[in-house]
Design a protein around this ligand. Structure first.
Ligand code: UDP
Length: 237
């Protein structure tokens, strides 16, 4: 597969065209950003760790019936993926209150939620990715139909169900996470982007130690050590 022009560069990845118009190469970067890129940094090897973690989790989800854009890994930090039109929504699923949820609603940090909460955020950096409801999504044509919105919620909950129990068995609480979806040329909704400690919160069940991007955001240090720990737990049989 030949890597051609850069198509898009995001905070965590670069997407390249290939000699097949339906396939792209996604290269995971070492860069870290927080608070809408007000805080930036880099951690050597983080891209490769996220690529490995995300690949493992996408395989797990595929095995459990979730369709994804992943075709195969190409090297330590790149994947071959199906080309999709990204739905401009961040689908966030939460099991425990923290982050923006506690700030917005005053819910106690660390409180277990009575059910898994699914939220939509409009992907627009210039607006700081605002929280939107179903009617905003329909009014702004962010999705094609109400049934696509229901499908995104169902997929978010299903992914949460699969990942939450997978991580519980490995001593980690999946506190919350963000996923993105895209549509392929046949209008299938595919899980896209990545699932990694950049986009999920993992707290150790015994110690409550944070093993995710909050170590960078909150200046706790040992970012790479934490990501390595997450990969180690994922690879445990
Ligand atoms: N998240 C993400 N990208 C974003 C915003 C949030 O991956 O641009 C993830 C974040 O890592 C967490 C979840 O979505 O796992 C919920 O984030 P929250 O709304 O609490 O915002 P934050 O406090 O992370 O700014």
């Amino acid at each position: 597969m030949e890597k051609r022009d850069l198509l898009y560069e995001g905070k965590g990845k670069r997407l390249y065209k290939t000699d097949d118009e339906n396939l792209l190469i996604s290269v995971f970067k070492d860069d870290l950003t927080a608070f809408n890129a007000q805080k930036t940094g880099s951690e050597e090897g983080k891209g490769a760790l996220n690529c490995k973690i995300s690949t493992q989790l996408f395989h797990l989800l595929e095995e459990n019936g979730i369709k994804t854009h992943l075709v195969k890994t190409l090297d330590d930090s790149s994947q071959l993926v199906r080309r999709v039109d990204i739905i401009p929504l961040e689908v966030v699923v939460r099991n425990i209150a923290t982050g923006s949820l506690t700030k917005r609603l005053g819910i106690e940090d660390g409180k277990k939620l009575p059910f898994s909460l699914v939220e939509f955020y409009y992907k627009d950096d210039s607006l700081n990715d605002p929280l939107v409801n179903d009617e905003h999504c329909l009014m702004m044509d962010l999705v094609k139909s109400e049934s696509d919105l229901e499908e995104l919620k169902r997929l978010g909950r299903e992914i949460n169900f699969i990942l939450k129990s997978f991580f519980e068995k490995r001593g980690l609480n999946l506190v919350d996470f963000k996923v993105e979806f895209g549509t392929d040329k046949d209008n299938n909704i595919l899980l896209s982007d990545e699932i990694s400690p950049d986009s999920c919160r993992f707290w150790d069940i015994k110690t409550n130690k944070k093993l995710d991007k909050d170590r960078f955001r909150q200046g706790l240090g040992d970012v790479k050590v934490a990501y390595e720990e997450v990969l180690k737990r994922i690879l445990e049989k």
